[in-house]
Ligand binder design. Structure first.
Ligand code: NAP
Length: 259
């Protein structure tokens, strides 16, 4: 399917690895020029070069922490007038509700709620003026079905989801669509780290921790970053112009709900 976005320009945050990289590669495959970001310069440049080689699109890299004001300034300077914004950052650490203090919540809100909001606030006016734009926020299945040990994530991402619900409807009339993708478990470093936590806590091997988690997913496996990226690219395509303010689960059926 031709996604109809060849030649557009996208800022894809936190994209040297994992789900962000899946999104960057799928957009590049559709002919979109990229600004990619991550903190570690080496992995970021390697990922960008692979994309240039594979898809022949222009890729700029900005190595910085996108959850800081300075980092947001840097990516926005490079991605001025972007047509497409994919927001992403690392997820908050797991723990217990008894562990978290105000500072922990502030950090999680900064990373997973206020950073995407700041980037949208900066880029939406230009998209609206030009009459076309797409925003995809990478959130989590934990918005739909809480994951107890990820209380910081549950809270911050629910806040972002509320913001998007209202804002998406305010900008849709200008050809700008904002939606959220809610990943369930995908085979990335983040999933590996979560499995390692379970293995250590329960004194079991990594294979067993992974098998236990797979048993909770009707599809019987983890998602891939390629599948995730393809869904993101579709939401950024010309075909997605009537999809407004939605939260789309990619979880292999893990959330047991009718709607
Ligand atoms: P990942 O494999 O660990 O990759 C994270 C990527 O983000 C890396 O490129 C990393 O590079 C970059 N990054 C992290 N923090 C950053 C920051 N502050 N500024 C700029 N770049 C940053 O993670 P993932 O699995 O793709 O997860 C992406 C998001 O989806 C996370 O918020 C995660 O909580 C959420 N999620 C993931 C899953 C899953 O199963 N994978 C499920 C639900 C939700 P650097 O470290 O070099 O910065």
């Amino acid at each position: 399917m031709d996604l109809g976005i060849k030649g557009k320009r996208a800022l894809v945050c936190a994209s040297s690895k994992g789900l962000g990289l899946g999104c960057a590669r799928a957009l590049a495959e559709a002919g979109v020029n990229l600004v990619m970001n991550a903190r570690g310069a080496e992995a970021l440049e390697a990922a960008a070069q692979a994309i240039r080689d594979d898809f022949g699109v222009a890729v700029e890299t900005v190595a910085c922490d996108v959850t800081t004001e300075a980092g947001q300034g840097q990516v926005l300077e490079a991605a001025d007038a972007a047509d497409i914004l994919v927001t992403n950052a690392g997820g908050p650490p797991p723990g217990m509700w008894t562990d978290w203090d105000r500072e922990d919540f502030i950090k999680a809100l900064d990373a997973n709620m206020l950073t995407p909001i700041a980037l949208m606030k900066a880029l939406l006016p230009g998209m609206m003026e030009r009459g076309w734009g797409r925003v995809v926020n990478i959130t989590s299945q934990s918005v739909k079905a809480p994951i107890a040990v990820l209380g910081l994530s549950n809270s911050a991402r629910a806040g972002l989801t509320g913001y998007v619900a209202g804002t998406a409807r305010q900008v849709a009339g200008h050809g700008v669509n904002i939606n959220n993708l809610q990943p369930g478990i995908h085979a990335t470093d983040r999933a590996e780290a979560l499995d390692r936590g379970v293995a250590e806590r329960e004194g079991i091997g990594m294979d067993e921790a992974k098998a236990q988690r797979c048993a909770t997913i009707p599809a019987g496996r983890y998602g891939t970053k390629e599948e995730f990226g393809a869904a993101c690219a579709f939401l950024c395509s010309q075909h997605a112009g009537f999809i407004v303010g939605q939260n789309i689960l990619l979880d292999g059926g893990a959330v047991n709900a009718t709607m």
